[in-house]
Write a protein that binds this ligand. Structure first.
Ligand code: KIV
Ligand code: ZN
Length: 547
């Protein structure tokens, strides 16, 4: 069940559907390729309160291309000039994925959709109309016969423009089976190359939805790919999508972070990882997704849409690889596979994060101290662990500073206060040496310092060094962009070395000079603490002589 096409020579854009997408991108046997149709920019953007401007949509589209999706549904061109412009801009500048636009069945809508798409390397028109009794009667105010005529005209018109045409009977899961099959047969006979089955109101139940896909495949002959489009009203969007795949669907329509109308759409990251991790259940199915880009894509979409990702969200949530219970922590400290089915690095996340809280045990407590460079034993550790448990009963999150304070009290060590960046001013350009002025404070005392440097970052770091006098040497510097685009967050890591101690600090800001200054100061604070601890190692070891 595949179809293919090429760019034709008469000026129209014709897009290969999944088979050619799979073949062009070296994704292996087309029979086994699961087409990832991302609709974050269309259905995802329909979520209440989300409104992306064309520049933001373009930034997300670039990241989706990096992620390796096969299709980007970029918008609904007839709905507004803004949507038209965004679809057009994406069609003109994104290469790799096929660019798709949504259209109602009216001929003028289809033409407008094509206008927005026509400059794409490869394009698809996605034509839809409602087919359930509820929608036909109360929304469309059309009879089933009228709807059938619309399917005919809409799909036929789209095929005049492109060879890649998708058809969706909206609210398919509440449509009578006979009518649904009739409509789908009509769409195929007019040249639809993908039949998408929307569970528009999230009414489907996995086995039932799977049977629906099986039945359609049996009773609608033709050369098309069958697709799922599942909403999450009952929290079953991912389950329904993979039930569809199990029944033979070879396209899934999904959104990053599962955003979308009401409770959202099936989450791309969940469906892709379900198919990847449970290859035993889907032996013939592969996606072309670069899974290492999942977390980054999720962060970008969350930042630009303003929709936070729930902490416990599968795959991309901040707790997806965090462990608090003592038994779990003990397990993952021995081998992460005890409580993690996904290797966090494969989805761009940091793995096996040990979160100290009231459920944590000694193993995790000692491990956290050791990571901070505190090696305590015997009575010190017993006492400190008891104090930690007391504190954890009263406080949700235990920070490094809390741990340090607990152990410091047990061994009579002073807690070292860190420096705070009060202000940073830099100047530079093509004339004259770059200069920086910083004010840092510690324990209520401020200190100002200025410096020149070989660039503004160098000047800022030198000024901080002048203000803190650690005598440290720079041992490493790296900068990466947390997101794409000109206003991307710069993520800087700086390593410092002094007296055989090596520490690192991290800073994040939209201004890379400020991110560097913050990273430098974070490293200085670690260094100061580490030096203070090493002078107390003696007392820690002495305390080790207890029973
Ligand atoms: O949920 C839905 O039915 C849709 C269609 C337009 C495919 O988003
Ligand atoms: Zn939808």
């Amino acid at each position: 069940m595949t179809s293919s096409s090429d760019n034709n020579s008469n000026g129209k854009v014709s897009a290969g559907v999944s088979e050619s997408a799979g073949r062009d991108q070296g994704k292996g046997n087309p029979e086994e390729h699961l087409v990832i149709f991302d609709t974050t920019l269309r259905d995802g953007e329909q979520a209440p309160g989300i409104s992306l401007d064309p520049q933001e949509k373009l930034e997300i589209a670039e990241q989706l291309a990096r992620l390796g999706v096969d299709y980007i549904e970029a918008g609904f061109p007839v709905s507004s000039q803004g949507d038209f412009d965004s679809v057009q801009a994406i069609a003109r500048s994104i290469h790799g994925p096929v660019i798709c636009g949504l259209s109602r069945t009216h001929v003028s809508d289809v033409d407008r959709c094509y206008d927005a798409l026509k400059d794409a390397d490869r394009a698809r028109i996605h034509v839809f109309i409602s087919t359930s009794p509820e929608h036909m009667e109360y929304m469309l105010k059309m009879s089933p016969e009228q709807v059938m005529r619309e399917v005919h005209t809409g799909v036929a018109r789209a095929r005049e423009h492109l060879e890649d045409v998708e058809f969706s009977p909206q609210d398919a899961t509440r449509t009578s089976m006979d009518f649904l099959l009739e409509v789908l047969n009509e769409a195929v006979s007019q040249g639809a190359t993908t039949l998408n089955i929307p569970d528009t109101v999230g009414y489907g139940i996995p086995w039932d939805f799977g049977h629906l896909i099986t039945r359609i495949r049996k009773e609608v002959p033709g050369d098309y790919i069958i697709s799922t489009h599942c909403h999450n009203d009952l929290g079953l969007a991912t389950a329904n999508s993979i039930a569809g795949v199990q029944a033979g669907a070879r396209q899934v329509e999904v959104c990053i972070n599962g955003i979308g109308e009401r409770a959202g759409n099936a989450a791309l990251e969940e469906v892709v990882m379900a198919v990847n991790i449970r290859g035993d259940q889907f032996p013939a199915v592969r996606t072309g997704i670069n899974t290492e880009e999942l977390a980054r894509t999720s962060r970008l979409v969350s930042r630009l849409t303003g929709y936070p990702v729930q902490y416990n969200k599968a795959v991309v949530g901040r707790n997806a690889f965090a462990h608090e219970a003592g038994i779990h922590q003990h397990g993952v400290l021995s081998d992460r596979r005890t409580y993690e089915i996904i290797d966090a690095a494969t989805v761009g996340q940091q793995g096996s994060q040990i979160v100290l809280g009231k459920h944590s045990g000694r193993h995790a407590f000692i491990d956290s101290l050791e990571k901070m460079g505190i090696h305590a034993h015997g009575d010190v550790i017993n006492q400190a662990f008891r104090r930690f448990k007391d504190l954890a009963d009263r406080k949700v999150e235990i920070t490094e500073a809390d741990l340090e304070a607990i152990v410091a009290e047990e061994i009579g060590m002073d807690v070292v206060e860190g420096y705070v960046l009060e202000s940073l001013e830099v100047s530079g350009g093509t004339q004259g040496a770059p200069k920086a002025k910083v004010v840092v404070s510690r324990s209520g005392t401020s200190k100002e310092a200025t410096s020149e440097g070989n660039g503004m970052i160098d000047a800022a770091c030198r000024a901080i060094e002048a203000a803190t006098s650690t005598g440290a040497e720079l041992a490493g510097f790296s900068v990466s962009s947390v997101t794409g685009g000109i206003d991307a967050l710069g993520d800087v890591v700086i390593q410092l070395k002094s007296d055989g101690i090596k520490v690192s600090g991290k800073g994040v800001s939209t201004d890379v000079v400020e991110a560097s200054a913050r990273a430098y100061l974070a490293a200085v604070n670690r260094l100061v603490r580490a030096k203070s601890r090493s002078t107390h190692d003696h007392s820690v070891l002495e305390a080790d002589t207890g029973p």
